[in-house]
Ligand binder design. Structure first.
Ligand SMILES: [Mn+2]
Length: 337
């Protein structure tokens, strides 16, 4: 990664941590040192997962929020100042095909609502794991399927309003600590940005994002602008969203999607002409609102025969970051800054 031009850091995670675990200082320090040994900086964590008790608002939530607060303090002690997280019950991201072959022989992830409509939620686990090719796919682990029925029970009666209240409760407890520790939070939008299997989703659009940042009005309570997640819904105007919530964008995921039909899309190469989003307009909006935080290329295709976790190949994301930097340089120079 260090050989990609202009790369100075990465966002990382501790893969062995379960939601609710405290991240110990020595573990974070080991991660940090392994990255620094490669000539890069650890610029943030993606993600520190939220325990279901916090999302569902059960009696144990305070215990897990205490753990989360300890993790925030430990990250700060290691000079890490950005946490990406999501607040989605049961299903984080969802796709129906992990290796859709494009005309050029590359592979993309595809989401098709028509396929999901024909399935039970538990079948979704089988569909995803049957295509994982042995890679760990966060949120779709075997152990989560085993707990699936318990999770469904846990979320019974958790409406959109209730889920939002539980997020607010969590934020009200952690954000004062974030302010003190200088650790910025960045909530990731829903992927896809609409309800699936009837579970509530509260990070789908501009309305949702505004409601979240207004719930606790602090620059430490911010969002991850994931263009591919929000952009999968053609009703989401990404330029408008960036202008509306610009000062609260703490992290950016830069990627494109291509619409294939009603609630059907694929993850394409980053270039505007390869998908349905105007990546130039998105980058320009980010520059216009003065975004100066961490940005990374997100997802992409599998190309050149690479054996990679679906959506996380190195090659296409390396091309993506180079494109990103080209857009950024051109926009900055055109502004005469
Ligand atoms: Mn993303």
């Amino acid at each position: 990664m260090r050989q990609i031009p202009g790369m100075n850091g990465i966002v990382g995670t501790l893969l062995n941590k379960l939601p609710g675990d405290v991240w110990e200082v020595n573990e974070i320090q080991d991660l940090k040192e392994s990255i620094e040994a490669g000539g890069l900086e650890l610029l943030g964590i993606e993600s520190v997962a939220i325990h279901d008790a916090i999302k569902a608002g059960t009696a144990e939530r305070d215990h897990y929020i205490d753990n989360y607060i300890q993790t925030i303090k430990n990250l700060s002690a290691c000079d890490v100042h950005l946490i990406c997280y999501s607040f989605k019950p049961i299903f984080g991201w969802a796709k129906t095909t992990l290796f859709y072959e494009n005309e050029d022989g590359s592979f993309s992830l595809v989401y098709d609502q028509a396929v999901v409509d024909e399935m039970e939620p538990s079948e979704m686990f089988k569909l995803i794991s049957s295509q994982s090719k042995g890679f760990q796919l966060s949120g779709w682990e075997e152990e989560r399927l085993n707990k699936f029925n318990g999770l469904v029970e846990m979320y019974e009666g958790v409406t959109e309003e209730k889920l939002f209240d539980n997020l607010k409760y969590f934020l009200e407890r952690i954000i004062p600590v974030c302010e003190e520790m200088d650790v910025k939070m960045a909530i990731h939008p829903d992927d896809p940005p609409w309800e699936i299997f009837g579970f509530p989703r509260i990070t789908k659009n501009l309305f949702d994002l505004k409601r979240i940042i207004e719930a606790v009005d602090s620059p430490y309570n911010g969002i991850t602008m994931c263009t591919g997640s929000l952009g999968a819904d053609p009703n989401n105007d990404l330029v408008e969203i960036i202008h509306e919530v610009g000062d609260r964008i703490n992290f950016v995921h830069f990627r494109n999607v291509g619409f294939m039909g009603e609630r059907k899309f694929k993850e394409t190469a980053h270039l505007s002409t390869e998908g349905s989003l105007d990546m130039y307009a998105i980058m320009k909006a980010l520059v216009d609102v003065g975004f100066d935080g961490v940005i990374r290329p997100d997802h992409g295709r599998t190309v050149w025969g690479e054996v990679a976790r679906p959506g996380y190949g190195l090659y296409d994301r390396a091309m993506g970051i180079t494109y990103m930097q080209g857009l950024h340089e051109a926009i900055i120079k055109a502004k005469g800054e």
